[in-house]
Each structure stands twice: as structure tokens, then as C-alpha cells.
Design a binder for this molecule. Sequence first.
Ligand code: SAM
Length: 215
Amino acid sequence: MNLWADFLTNDGRLIHKWKHYFPIYERHFRDFVHKPVTMLEIGCGLGGSLQMWKRYLGPHATIIGIDILPECKAYEEDQIEVRIGPQQDTQFLQGLVDEFGPPDIVLDDGSHMMSHVVRTFEYLYPRTARNGVYMVEDLHTAYWEEYEGGFRRLGTFIERCKTLLDELNADHTRDALPATEFTKSTLGMHFYDSVAVFERGRHTKKWAPGIGRET
Ligand SMILES: C[S@@+](CC[C@H](N)C(=O)[O-])C[C@H]1O[C@@H](n2cnc3c(N)ncnc32)[C@H](O)[C@@H]1O
């Protein structure tokens, strides 16, 4: 299924997405299509994106939406669950993991307040499935003060990403930076206009020189 075409022809609930996100979604979510996966979308809006993920990911997927607005409960239907709570509340997040297991996909489209985005990531990323994907969208807010953002302002998610890039490469820093759980559980980081994507996965042995031979 072409997600962009689905968006253009949507006659269900309203979806609130920027156009250029669609190729990014397809690139990073395509391996999950028709698998029995759990996707957690933070921020339900008017409910349309939850339905779009259900159509895209197929009949075996469970879509969980979270929001602070109790009226979002009305978006529940077959394959779509909604839980009401603030994304920055780690007890609430733990409750979701306890109820549904580690999510395979996390998409943060919630408050976009920098302290919330960072706190949610720090808590949920290690609890995302071993081969899962964690995506944060609308990161233009990291530059806007009304979202606790600002250019090179300490504490924004963009600034956190810059330190995570060093953590990704910690094994090569000649002990300047010890490897972290992030180092061990992350295969890649991808950046686009307003979007950051983290691809989880464990390395077996990174260093394998020679021709088809490990040393
Ligand atoms: C941009 S809308 C989501 C749009 C939706 N994902 C879509 O694509 O159509 C953001 C949503 O986040 C919710 N929200 C705001 N602050 C939140 C918080 N602290 N925790 C969870 N959800 C929050 C808002 O109520 C709103 O429904």
C-alpha cells in the first residue's frame, strides 16, 4: 500500500501530517507491514493518523494512541487502542509497556515541548523492541522558544541528538566516551527536515576485517 496515496484519498478522520514525512515513514516503517507489530503514536489529534497506521500496517498490527485529552478515547476501534495520559509521565509510559509489551514503532507527535520529547525518549527508547524504530516528528519546534526550543539551546531534542551521535560511535573514541546502552542497542540514526529516526538493533561483532573472515 502506498501511504501517500492513502493520505491523499483519506475520507476517514482528519490526519495532521506534513507532506514530506510520507517518504520517511515508508522508508522506515515498510519492514513492519503485515507483521504482528505494536505501534505507539504519541498525540492522537483528530484520530486520522491512528486509522492510517492501521490501514498501512495491516490486519495483525495493534495501534496505540496516547493523548492528554479524554475525548480521544472515542478513536478506539478494532486494532486501535487509546490511553489517556501525559507523555512525560514515566509511570504512565511504563503502564503502556506492561499492558502492550515493548512497542515496535514509536512515533512522537505529542506536545512537542522539548522537556517532554527528551523525557519520553530517555524512558521509552530503551523499552522499545530490540529491532524497533523510534521516530520524533515536528522537530522544527526544537528551534522555537514556545516549545522550550532555541538555536543550539541546551536541553532541546536536537541538542540531545548531537550527543547521541557521539554515543553511537563511542566504541571508536579510544575510551573518551564509554559505550552506553544506546551504543549497544542502536544501528543507526537518520535525520530529515524536522524528523529524527532511530533504528534499534544489536551488533554482534562490529569489527570484521579481511575478506569474508572475522578476526
Ligand atoms: C499534532 S497533534 C497529533 C496529530 C496526529 N498524530 C495526526 O497526525 O493527525 C498533537 C496531540 O498531542 C496531544 N498532546 C499535547 N500534549 C500532550 C502530552 N503532554 N502528552 C500526550 N499528548 C499530548 C494533543 O492533545 C494533540 O492531540
